[in-house]
Design a protein around this ligand. Structure first.
Ligand code: BDP
Length: 600
C-alpha cells in the first residue's frame, strides 16, 4: 500500500527520527482545472510560494483566490541520506483538507479522502537517496453529500464555481498540519491500545495494553512516573501492568506516566516508542458524568481551529495562547467542534488536564437550512456512501485519539436533521458501530439542534449524554422579547430532562461585536452577551440533569459571508485575536467558583 492512515504520532526516540519538511512550499491554483492533464505532478509550471501548514485562503488579497473552489497544488523538494537505506521511510501529513492525491518523483501514491486525519505515503520504491526528491500534492476543497463536513458546489452566473458549506465556518483548505519525514526501523511498533482502571480505594492502578508490531520479535514495556522512576514493566504484546498507589490523571490536575515500548531481538533494541498516558476512568452513571468515580461538571467552550491569516492551519503559538486563556478563565474542558483537531492539541490537553469531547466532522446534515427542501437522510447516497464514510471517520478518530487521557467522550455528529424519519436507522447504525470500536468504552454523545425538541428528535435514544445547542434569545425572540425566549427554553429543557440522561450544553451564546457598549443592552453589544449568558446559567443551576456548560464560542471565527455575519461569527468570548470581551470576566468569576465536581 502506498498511501495509508498513519495514527501513531511521530516521535523521535533512540530508534526513530522525524524531519519536519513544513515551511515554504511551491503552490499553484488549478484555475482551468487542467493541472492533471498538463502533468503538474511532475512539477508545477508557474508556482508561487505558500506556507505549510496553513490554509491558503487568507494569505491572498484577491477575493477570487480566497473563495476559489477546486484543486490547489503544492510542491516541495526534500533529501534523504543513503545512511537511512535500511530504514522504513514515509512522508506523513498531519491533515490535508478536504482530500488529496500525492505523487513522489512523478509516481502516483494514491488518494486520501478526509481533511482532518493523518496519513502517510511509503517512500520505499520511489525515493532517490542522496538526491533531490519531489513531492507534489493536489488538494481538493470541494464539498458534497458524501464529504464530511457536508456541503455543495454552486456555479455563479459568470461560470465561476464556489463552495456552499452546509455549516457555519469558513471552508478553509490546504495542507493544514505539519508534513514530516518519519524514519522508523523495519520491524516496528504499529499500534498501541491502552485501557486504564483503578480499584475502589484508588490504591491500585491497572494498565491493560495491546501492542501491534510488524514482526515477530519480543516486546518489552516499561512504565515510568514523572520523576523518571521505573514503576512497572512487562514482557509481551498484551498484558496488564499494576501500579501501586497510582497518581491519577484528573481534570486540571494531570499526571502522566511514560509508557515505553521496545522491540528486542536477543539483546538488541530494534524499535523504541512511548506514549504519555494518564490513569483514569470515565463513565456515565445515571444522570452524572463520572471521572475517577466522581461526578464531573464541564466548564468550557466549543472552539474552532481558526486564526488570522493561518485560517485553519496549525500554529503552536495560537494553540499555546488558547491554553493560557483556558487557565485564565478557569475552563476545564473543550469540545473539538466541528472536526478532530491537530494531534498536538490533545498532547497538550493531556499534560494540562483539559478534558476533551472529541468530535468527528459530521456536520452539515441539513438541519439548519433545507437547501432545495431536500430531506438529506432520505437520499440513497447518504444512507450508503455517506454512512460508510462516516463510520470510517469515526474509526479513524478513535484509532488516532484512543490513548489520550484527556479524551472522555466521542461526539459523532453536530445538529443533524434528527427529525427526519430516515435519520433513525442512519444513527442507529452509526452509534452501534462506534460502540464496538473503543476498548475504553467512552460515552457517546451528539449535539442536538434547537428547533428539534425531545419528542421529535430520533437520535437521543442512542447516546449516553445529550448535547444541546441552544440560542433561545438570539435566533428566536432576541432583545426585548428575551423573557419569552426563556419560557420556550424552560419547556424545552424540561422535556429533555425527563429523558433521565445527563445533559451537556454544547452551545449557547450571542453574537457580540467587541467594543459595542450600550446601556440598556441591545443585541450585538457586550452587555447583551453578559445578560444572555447569566440567564442561561440560572437555568443550568436549576436543572439537576445539566452536567456542564460549553459557551459558543471560545473566540470569534471566520464564516461564509452573509447578512447574519459581521466579518464572521462574533459569538466569541474572546476576539479572534484572543482578547477578552466583557463576558470573559463573568465566566472567569463563575467558573472560578464552581468546583469541578459541581452538583456532586
Ligand atoms: C450552531 C452550529 C455552529 C454555529 C452556531 C451559530 O453548531 O456551528 O456557528 O450554531 O449559529 O448551529 O453561531
Amino acid at each position: 500500500m502506498k498511501i495509508y492512515d498513519s495514527m501513531l504520532y511521530p516521535r523521535e526516540t533512540s530508534k526513530r527520527y522525524v524531519v519536519d519538511i513544513s515551511g515554504l512550499w511551491k503552490f499553484q491554483i488549478d484555475e482551468k482545472n487542467d493541472g492533471y492533464q498538463k502533468k503538474w505532478m511532475n512539477g508545477l509550471p508557474d508556482p508561487i510560494t505558500m506556507a505549510v501548514p496553513s490554509s491558503f485562503n487568507d494569505i491572498f488579497t484577491d477575493k477570487k483566490i480566497r473563495d476559489y473552489a477546486g484543486y490547489i497544488w503544492y510542491e516541495k523538494s526534500f533529501f534523504v541520506p543513503s545512511e537511512w537505506k535500511d530504514k522504513n521511510l514515509e512522508l506523513r501529513f498531519g491533515a490535508v483538507t478536504h482530500g488529496c492525491q500525492v505523487w513522489i518523483n512523478g509516481t502516483n501514491m494514491g488518494t486520501h479522502k478526509g481533511g482532518f486525519m493523518p496519513f502517510a505515503v511509503n517512500l520505499e520504491e520511489v525515493l532517490h537517496f542522496d538526491e533531490e526528491n519531489i513531492v507534489v500534492v493536489a488538494v481538493s476543497n470541494l464539498l458534497d453529500f458524501t464529504t464530511l463536513p457536508i456541503g455543495r458546489t454552486k456555479t455563479l452566473s459568470n461560470g465561476r464555481k464556489v463552495v456552499l458549506p452546509h455549516f457555519d465556518f469558513f471552508n478553509y483548505a490546504g495542507i493544514h498540519r505539519p508534513v514530516k519525514l518519519v524514519v522508523t526501523p523495519k520491524e516496528k511498533i504499529e499500534d498501541i491500545t491502552i485501557v486504564t482502571n483503578i480499584d475502589k480505594d484508588h490504591k491500585v492502578g491497572m494498565i491493560q495494553y495491546e501492542i501491534e508490531t510488524s514482526g515477530k520479535n519480543e516486546v518489552q514495556v516499561e512504565v515510568y512516573d514523572e520523576n523518571k522512576k521505573l514503576v512497572g514493566e512487562m514482557i509481551g504484546k498484551t498484558g496488564e501492568i499494576i501500579i501501586e498507589n497510582p497518581i491519577l490523571w484528573k481534570p486540571k490536575d494531570a499526571y502522566l506516566y511514560k509508557f515505553r515500548v521496545k522491540i528486542f531481538q536477543n539483546k538488541e533494541v530494534l524499535d523504541d516508542y512511548y506514549l504519555n498516558i494518564g490513569i483514569r476512568t470515565v463513565e456515565v452513571k445515571e444522570n452524572r458524568f463520572m471521572i475517577n468515580g466522581e461526578p464531573f461538571y464541564f466548564k468550557g467552550f466549543g472552539k474552532h481551529e481558526d486564526s488570522e491569516y493561518r485560517g485553519r492551519g496549525y500554529d503552536p503559538v495560537v494553540m499555546l495562547r488558547d491554553f493560557e486563556l483556558f487557565d485564565w478563565i478557569h475552563a476545564n474542558s473543550i469540545r473539538t467542534s466541528h472536526y478532530p483537531y491537530a494531534e498536538e492539541f490533545y498532547e497538550l490537553a493531556d499534560r494540562k488536564g483539559i478534558v476533551i469531547i472529541d468530535e468527528v466532522a459530521a456536520v452539515g446534515f441539513q438541519a439548519v437550512v433545507k437547501v432545495d427542501h431536500v430531506d438529506i437522510f432520505s437520499q440513497e447516497i447518504v444512507q450508503k456512501e455517506t454512512l460508510n464514510y462516516h463510520k470510517l471517520e469515526i474509526e479513524r478518530l478513535i484509532k488516532r485519539d484512543k490513548n489520550h487521557a484527556c479524551v472522555v467522550m466521542w461526539c459523532l455528529t453536530n445538529e443533524p436533521d434528527s427529525k427526519s424519519p430516515d435519520s433513525e436507522k442512519y444513527f442507529q447504525e452509526i452509534y452501534s458501530y462506534a460502540r464496538t470500536l473503543d476498548l475504553q468504552k467512552r460515552p457517546l454523545t451528539y449535539a442536538n439542534f434547537m428547533y428539534i425538541n425531545a419528542k421529535e428528535c430520533k437520535v437521543h435514544q442512542f447516546v449516553d449524554v445529550i448535547g444541546l445547542n441552544r440560542y433561545w434569545g438570539w435566533y428566536e425572540k432576541a432583545g426585548e422579547e428575551f423573557v419569552d425566549a426563556m419560557e420556550i427554553f424552560k419547556k424545552d429543557l424540561q422535556e429533555f430532562s425527563e429523558l433521565g440522561k445527563p445533559i451537556l450544553f454544547f452551545e449557547y451564546g450571542a453574537d457580540t461585536v467587541s467594543g459595542i457598549h450600550k446601556l440598556p443592552s441591545v443585541t450585538f453589544s457586550e452587555e447583551y452577551q453578559v445578560e444572555f449568558l447569566s440567564e442561561y446559567h440560572k437555568m443550568f443551576d436549576r436543572c439537576e440533569n445539566v452536567i456542564g456548560e460549553h459557551v459558543w464560542n471560545f473566540a470569534d471565527f471566520q464564516t461564509t459571508e452573509g447578512p447574519l455575519r459581521v466579518d464572521g461569527n462574533k459569538k466569541g468570548i474572546f476576539t479572534r485575536s484572543r482578547q477578552p470581551k466583557s463576558a470573559a470576566y463573568l465566566l472567569k468569576e463563575r467558573w472560578g467558583e464552581l468546583p469541578n465536581n459541581y452538583k456532586a
